[in-house]
Design a protein around this ligand. Structure first.
Ligand code: 6PG
Length: 253
Protein backbone atom coordinates (compact mmCIF):
# COMPACT_ATOMS: atom_id res chain seq x y z
CA UNK A 1 0.00 0.00 0.00
CA UNK A 2 1.12 3.53 -0.67
CA UNK A 3 1.43 6.01 2.17
CA UNK A 4 -1.13 6.36 4.94
CA UNK A 5 -1.36 9.77 6.55
CA UNK A 6 -3.34 10.71 9.67
CA UNK A 7 -4.16 14.42 9.77
CA UNK A 8 -5.34 15.68 13.16
CA UNK A 9 -7.86 18.50 12.94
CA UNK A 10 -8.86 20.81 15.80
CA UNK A 11 -12.59 20.14 15.45
CA UNK A 12 -15.22 19.21 12.86
CA UNK A 13 -15.10 22.68 11.29
CA UNK A 14 -11.34 22.47 10.79
CA UNK A 15 -11.79 18.93 9.43
CA UNK A 16 -14.35 20.10 6.84
CA UNK A 17 -12.16 23.05 5.80
CA UNK A 18 -9.13 20.82 5.27
CA UNK A 19 -11.25 18.31 3.36
CA UNK A 20 -12.60 21.11 1.15
CA UNK A 21 -9.06 22.35 0.39
CA UNK A 22 -8.04 18.77 -0.49
CA UNK A 23 -11.09 18.46 -2.76
CA UNK A 24 -10.13 21.69 -4.60
CA UNK A 25 -6.49 20.60 -4.90
CA UNK A 26 -7.36 17.16 -6.28
CA UNK A 27 -9.95 18.59 -8.65
CA UNK A 28 -7.43 21.00 -10.17
CA UNK A 29 -4.77 18.28 -10.39
CA UNK A 30 -7.11 15.75 -12.07
CA UNK A 31 -8.58 18.25 -14.52
CA UNK A 32 -5.10 19.46 -15.46
CA UNK A 33 -3.91 15.86 -15.95
CA UNK A 34 -6.94 14.17 -17.52
CA UNK A 35 -9.50 16.87 -18.23
CA UNK A 36 -11.96 15.70 -15.57
CA UNK A 37 -12.27 14.98 -11.83
CA UNK A 38 -14.03 11.83 -10.69
CA UNK A 39 -15.03 11.59 -7.05
CA UNK A 40 -17.15 9.15 -5.03
CA UNK A 41 -19.08 11.00 -2.33
CA UNK A 42 -19.68 9.50 1.09
CA UNK A 43 -23.02 9.23 2.82
CA UNK A 44 -23.67 9.70 6.52
CA UNK A 45 -23.79 12.98 8.44
CA UNK A 46 -20.10 13.90 8.74
CA UNK A 47 -19.61 15.00 5.12
CA UNK A 48 -22.68 17.29 5.15
CA UNK A 49 -20.58 20.18 6.49
CA UNK A 50 -17.98 19.54 3.78
CA UNK A 51 -20.61 19.57 1.02
CA UNK A 52 -22.12 22.77 2.40
CA UNK A 53 -18.65 24.34 2.44
CA UNK A 54 -17.93 23.27 -1.16
CA UNK A 55 -21.17 24.99 -2.19
CA UNK A 56 -20.12 28.25 -0.50
CA UNK A 57 -18.57 31.07 -2.61
CA UNK A 58 -15.11 30.64 -1.04
CA UNK A 59 -14.80 27.14 -2.50
CA UNK A 60 -17.46 26.71 -5.22
CA UNK A 61 -15.77 29.26 -7.48
CA UNK A 62 -12.47 27.37 -7.23
CA UNK A 63 -13.89 24.15 -8.72
CA UNK A 64 -14.63 23.48 -12.41
CA UNK A 65 -17.99 21.81 -11.82
CA UNK A 66 -18.54 21.19 -15.53
CA UNK A 67 -15.50 18.89 -15.47
CA UNK A 68 -16.36 17.26 -12.17
CA UNK A 69 -18.12 13.87 -12.16
CA UNK A 70 -19.85 12.91 -8.94
CA UNK A 71 -20.46 9.31 -7.95
CA UNK A 72 -21.42 7.73 -4.64
CA UNK A 73 -19.57 5.24 -2.47
CA UNK A 74 -22.81 3.63 -1.43
CA UNK A 75 -26.56 4.20 -1.34
CA UNK A 76 -29.56 2.92 0.46
CA UNK A 77 -32.23 1.25 -1.71
CA UNK A 78 -34.74 4.05 -1.31
CA UNK A 79 -36.07 6.74 -3.69
CA UNK A 80 -33.77 9.74 -4.25
CA UNK A 81 -36.03 11.98 -2.21
CA UNK A 82 -36.11 9.69 0.80
CA UNK A 83 -34.59 11.15 4.00
CA UNK A 84 -32.26 8.10 4.14
CA UNK A 85 -30.91 8.72 0.62
CA UNK A 86 -27.21 9.64 0.38
CA UNK A 87 -28.02 11.32 -2.94
CA UNK A 88 -30.60 13.53 -1.21
CA UNK A 89 -28.01 14.54 1.41
CA UNK A 90 -25.62 15.65 -1.35
CA UNK A 91 -28.37 17.25 -3.42
CA UNK A 92 -29.63 19.43 -0.57
CA UNK A 93 -26.17 20.49 0.71
CA UNK A 94 -24.24 20.69 -2.58
CA UNK A 95 -25.83 19.74 -5.91
CA UNK A 96 -28.67 22.27 -5.71
CA UNK A 97 -26.10 25.06 -5.21
CA UNK A 98 -23.37 24.42 -7.79
CA UNK A 99 -23.49 24.23 -11.62
CA UNK A 100 -22.60 20.56 -11.99
CA UNK A 101 -24.23 19.28 -15.22
CA UNK A 102 -26.84 16.56 -14.67
CA UNK A 103 -24.86 14.33 -17.06
CA UNK A 104 -22.02 14.45 -14.52
CA UNK A 105 -24.16 13.07 -11.71
CA UNK A 106 -23.85 9.28 -11.48
CA UNK A 107 -26.18 8.37 -8.66
CA UNK A 108 -27.00 4.84 -7.58
CA UNK A 109 -30.64 4.26 -8.51
CA UNK A 110 -31.65 2.67 -5.22
CA UNK A 111 -35.33 2.95 -6.08
CA UNK A 112 -34.88 0.30 -8.82
CA UNK A 113 -34.19 -2.41 -6.24
CA UNK A 114 -30.83 -3.76 -5.03
CA UNK A 115 -29.83 -6.12 -7.85
CA UNK A 116 -30.86 -3.81 -10.70
CA UNK A 117 -29.31 -0.77 -9.01
CA UNK A 118 -26.00 -2.54 -8.40
CA UNK A 119 -25.80 -3.93 -11.94
CA UNK A 120 -26.62 -0.56 -13.51
CA UNK A 121 -24.11 1.25 -11.33
CA UNK A 122 -21.32 -1.20 -12.14
CA UNK A 123 -22.08 -0.74 -15.85
CA UNK A 124 -21.94 3.04 -15.41
CA UNK A 125 -18.60 2.83 -13.56
CA UNK A 126 -17.10 0.51 -16.18
CA UNK A 127 -18.18 2.89 -18.92
CA UNK A 128 -16.84 5.93 -17.04
CA UNK A 129 -13.47 4.22 -16.52
CA UNK A 130 -13.36 2.59 -19.98
CA UNK A 131 -12.97 -0.86 -18.42
CA UNK A 132 -15.71 -3.09 -19.88
CA UNK A 133 -14.59 -6.16 -17.97
CA UNK A 134 -12.10 -7.39 -15.40
CA UNK A 135 -10.51 -5.48 -12.59
CA UNK A 136 -10.03 -1.70 -12.54
CA UNK A 137 -6.73 -0.72 -14.14
CA UNK A 138 -5.99 1.91 -11.52
CA UNK A 139 -4.40 4.42 -13.87
CA UNK A 140 -5.36 8.12 -13.96
CA UNK A 141 -8.53 8.46 -16.06
CA UNK A 142 -9.60 4.88 -15.38
CA UNK A 143 -10.05 5.10 -11.61
CA UNK A 144 -11.58 7.45 -9.05
CA UNK A 145 -9.40 10.47 -8.45
CA UNK A 146 -10.90 10.71 -4.98
CA UNK A 147 -13.05 8.46 -2.80
CA UNK A 148 -14.51 10.11 0.30
CA UNK A 149 -15.38 7.71 3.12
CA UNK A 150 -16.80 7.86 6.61
CA UNK A 151 -16.45 5.32 9.38
CA UNK A 152 -19.24 4.04 11.60
CA UNK A 153 -18.64 3.39 15.29
CA UNK A 154 -18.69 -0.32 14.46
CA UNK A 155 -15.84 0.10 11.97
CA UNK A 156 -17.93 -0.06 8.78
CA UNK A 157 -17.22 2.15 5.81
CA UNK A 158 -19.39 2.81 2.76
CA UNK A 159 -21.78 -0.13 3.16
CA UNK A 160 -19.06 -2.62 4.00
CA UNK A 161 -20.24 -3.89 7.37
CA UNK A 162 -18.65 -6.30 9.89
CA UNK A 163 -19.12 -9.92 8.90
CA UNK A 164 -20.22 -9.11 5.35
CA UNK A 165 -18.75 -11.00 2.39
CA UNK A 166 -18.34 -7.74 0.43
CA UNK A 167 -15.30 -6.94 2.58
CA UNK A 168 -13.45 -9.76 0.77
CA UNK A 169 -14.90 -9.23 -2.72
CA UNK A 170 -12.17 -9.67 -5.32
CA UNK A 171 -14.01 -9.28 -8.64
CA UNK A 172 -17.18 -7.23 -8.59
CA UNK A 173 -16.98 -3.45 -8.37
CA UNK A 174 -20.43 -3.03 -6.83
CA UNK A 175 -22.45 -5.37 -4.59
CA UNK A 176 -25.63 -5.32 -2.53
CA UNK A 177 -25.69 -5.75 1.21
CA UNK A 178 -28.51 -6.23 3.69
CA UNK A 179 -27.61 -4.85 7.07
CA UNK A 180 -29.23 -6.81 9.89
CA UNK A 181 -30.03 -3.74 11.98
CA UNK A 182 -31.84 -1.97 9.13
CA UNK A 183 -34.93 -2.76 7.05
CA UNK A 184 -33.32 -1.53 3.84
CA UNK A 185 -30.89 -3.00 1.36
CA UNK A 186 -27.80 -1.07 0.41
CA UNK A 187 -25.61 -0.88 -2.70
CA UNK A 188 -21.88 -0.33 -2.16
CA UNK A 189 -18.55 0.00 -3.90
CA UNK A 190 -16.28 -2.91 -3.05
CA UNK A 191 -12.60 -2.74 -2.05
CA UNK A 192 -11.85 -3.73 -5.66
CA UNK A 193 -12.75 -0.22 -6.80
CA UNK A 194 -11.97 1.76 -3.66
CA UNK A 195 -8.39 0.46 -3.51
CA UNK A 196 -7.59 1.58 -7.05
CA UNK A 197 -8.45 5.22 -6.32
CA UNK A 198 -5.84 7.92 -6.68
CA UNK A 199 -6.69 9.17 -3.22
CA UNK A 200 -8.96 7.93 -0.45
CA UNK A 201 -9.89 10.36 2.33
CA UNK A 202 -11.67 9.23 5.49
CA UNK A 203 -13.59 11.89 7.44
CA UNK A 204 -13.97 10.87 11.09
CA UNK A 205 -15.36 13.21 13.72
CA UNK A 206 -16.65 12.85 17.26
CA UNK A 207 -15.77 11.22 20.56
CA UNK A 208 -18.12 8.31 19.84
CA UNK A 209 -15.71 7.16 17.10
CA UNK A 210 -12.53 7.32 19.24
CA UNK A 211 -12.43 3.73 20.53
CA UNK A 212 -13.12 2.23 17.11
CA UNK A 213 -10.67 4.59 15.39
CA UNK A 214 -8.00 3.49 17.84
CA UNK A 215 -8.67 -0.17 16.97
CA UNK A 216 -8.76 0.52 13.22
CA UNK A 217 -5.54 2.54 13.09
CA UNK A 218 -3.53 1.09 15.98
CA UNK A 219 -4.96 -2.38 16.52
CA UNK A 220 -4.44 -5.74 14.78
CA UNK A 221 -5.60 -6.17 11.17
CA UNK A 222 -9.04 -7.69 11.40
CA UNK A 223 -11.16 -6.35 8.50
CA UNK A 224 -13.99 -8.80 9.13
CA UNK A 225 -14.67 -6.96 12.38
CA UNK A 226 -13.34 -3.58 11.23
CA UNK A 227 -14.09 -3.24 7.49
CA UNK A 228 -12.49 0.24 7.34
CA UNK A 229 -9.17 -1.62 7.59
CA UNK A 230 -9.72 -3.19 4.17
CA UNK A 231 -9.19 0.24 2.58
CA UNK A 232 -5.57 0.20 1.41
CA UNK A 233 -5.12 1.92 -1.97
CA UNK A 234 -2.80 -0.13 -4.18
CA UNK A 235 -0.89 2.86 -5.51
CA UNK A 236 -3.00 5.78 -4.35
CA UNK A 237 -2.75 7.75 -1.14
CA UNK A 238 -4.81 7.11 2.01
CA UNK A 239 -5.53 10.04 4.30
CA UNK A 240 -7.47 10.03 7.55
CA UNK A 241 -8.84 13.45 8.48
CA UNK A 242 -9.78 13.08 12.13
CA UNK A 243 -10.80 15.69 14.68
CA UNK A 244 -9.35 15.83 18.21
CA UNK A 245 -12.40 14.15 19.74
CA UNK A 246 -12.21 11.16 17.41
CA UNK A 247 -8.42 10.96 17.80
CA UNK A 248 -8.58 10.81 21.62
CA UNK A 249 -7.63 7.11 21.80
CA UNK A 250 -4.96 7.08 19.12
CA UNK A 251 -1.40 6.32 20.19
CA UNK A 252 0.95 9.25 20.07
CA UNK A 253 2.71 9.61 16.69
C1 6PG B 1 -23.73 5.64 4.85
C2 6PG B 1 -22.26 5.90 4.77
C3 6PG B 1 -21.58 5.31 5.96
C4 6PG B 1 -21.11 6.48 6.81
C5 6PG B 1 -20.74 6.02 8.20
C6 6PG B 1 -20.39 7.21 9.09
O1 6PG B 1 -24.36 5.42 3.81
O2 6PG B 1 -24.23 5.72 5.98
O3 6PG B 1 -21.73 5.50 3.61
O4 6PG B 1 -20.49 4.48 5.66
O5 6PG B 1 -19.99 7.09 6.18
O6 6PG B 1 -21.86 5.34 8.73
O7 6PG B 1 -21.54 8.01 9.18
P1 6PG B 1 -21.53 9.41 10.01
O8 6PG B 1 -20.69 10.34 9.20
O9 6PG B 1 -22.98 9.82 10.04
O10 6PG B 1 -20.95 9.11 11.36
Amino acid sequence: MAERQIISCRDSTDLSERAAEEFVRLARQAIQLAGRFTVALSGGSTPKALYTLLAAPGFAQRISWNRTHLFWGDERCVPPGDPASNYRLARESLLDHVPVPSANLHRIRGEDGPAAAAAAYERELRQAFATPDGLPRGAPGSRFDLVLLGMGDNGHTASLFPGMTAVHERGRWVVVQQVAAEPMWRVTLTPVVINTAGEVVFLVSGREKAATLGRVLDGPHQPDSLPAQVVAPRSGRLRWLVDAAAAADLRRR
